[in-house]
Design a protein around this ligand. Structure first.
Ligand SMILES: [Zn+2]
Length: 340
């Protein structure tokens, strides 16, 4: 079967590899219907997170169940499913508390790779959610978005406590930041300030519910947010980048007593203890427990209440994956969908 393999920075190839087999009795094998390229896949592509060996790529997926292990009860062959980028048992105490991405039995799907024709899904019952109803092309791409970027943006908005009456600032105009805007809007935020300097992303931000745009970044961006909020700063800030500058911008844009939801994969970020101490803010984030939100997100998608799939501005055959990586690296594409 075909699989996307990264050999090193800027070197993505589609190769023929053996199809996966069931390993644990709690596994399922799915035929991947569509996958996508994540902003976090760009860290190794850019050489910032070096790879030790050629690696299978991808952790987002929708698909049809082909095979289940002997202990799989709820998921059946033929089900159309969405799963999170982190496989989880969904029964341990951490999962029950809603933090499936830190399950004591967690398996990162990135270590398995889903930019492949078939993928093994550990903890099938705990990881996968069955979709019923008419899967139109629009709903299909939105379901794919739910696998990571929508779920991650949603968690960021929840962690930032976006709610009616609140002003939410969003640092980062990639797919996760944009869907954080959609989430904040769905959660009833009164004012949503997108921090972006790209016209196409600003337009999508507005479509998803942003009420204001700030083009400045760094100290100037913080000053702009303060000025727009009577000198206070935002109640809620979403950080969806993962760099030092973005994290500082998020923390400094937030008023005392406010909340920062940080979901950008942290790279080289170190926070000054005294600044953090004096800020008086709540910091909450990490790998999003997408599984917690999936049933609700799937309902909203199948009821056409939200259209998160609009973040996909390029769809390619998996054979052209290298072109997709290049487009996202050069920021010519917001998010690339790969079809099989
Ligand atoms: Zn668990």
């Amino acid at each position: 079967m075909r699989a996307v393999i990264m050999h090193g920075p800027g070197d993505v190839r589609v190769e023929d590899v053996p199809a996966p087999e069931l390993v644990e009795p709690t596994d399922a094998i799915i035929r991947v219907d569509a996958a996508c390229i994540c902003g976090s896949d760009l860290w190794p592509y850019r050489g910032i997170s070096p790879l030790k060996r050629p690696s299978r790529m991808g952790h987002e997926y929708i698909g049809v169940v082909e095979q289940v292990g002997s202990e799989v009860r709820d998921i059946q062959v033929g089900d159309f499913v969405v799963g999170s980028f982190m496989a989880s048992d969904n029964t341990c105490e951490i999962c029950e508390a809603g933090y499936q991405s830190r399950c004591i039995h967690v398996v990162g799907m990135g270590s398995i790779g889903t930019q492949t024709e078939y993928a093994r899904i550990p903890w099938a019952d705990g990881t996968l959610v069955k979709v019923t109803g008419d899967i139109t092309p629009e709903r299909r791409r939105s379901l794919l978005a739910a696998s990571d970027v929508l779920g991650t943006g949603w968690f960021a908005a929840v962690a930032a406590e976006a709610a009616p009456g609140k002003t939410v600032a969003v640092v980062g105009d990639g797919a996760v930041g944009l869907l954080g805007i959609l989430a904040a809007s769905q959660l009833g935020a009164e004012r949503i300030i997108a921090m972006s300097r790209h016209a196409d992303r600003q337009a999508l931000a507005r479509r998803f519910g942003a009420t204001d745009i700030v083009e400045e970044r760094g100290d100037a961006g913080v000053a702009a947010i303060k000025e727009m909020t009577g000198g206070y700063g935002a109640h809620s800030t979403i950080e969806a980048v993962g760099t030092q500058e973005a994290m500082e911008q998020a923390i400094r844009s937030t008023r005392a007593g406010g909340h920062v939801g940080f979901v950008g994969v942290s790279h080289g970020v170190s926070l000054d203890g005294q600044e953090l101490f004096l800020s008086g803010i709540h910091l909450h984030g990490g790998p999003a427990p997408v599984r917690r939100f999936l049933p609700d997100l799937i309902d909203r998608i199948m009821n056409d209440q939200i259209d998160p799939g609009a973040v996909f501005d390029q769809t390619l055959s998996v054979d052209d994956a290298a072109e997709g990586y290049r487009a996202m690296d050069e920021r010519c594409a917001i998010k690339v969908m790969l079809e099989f």
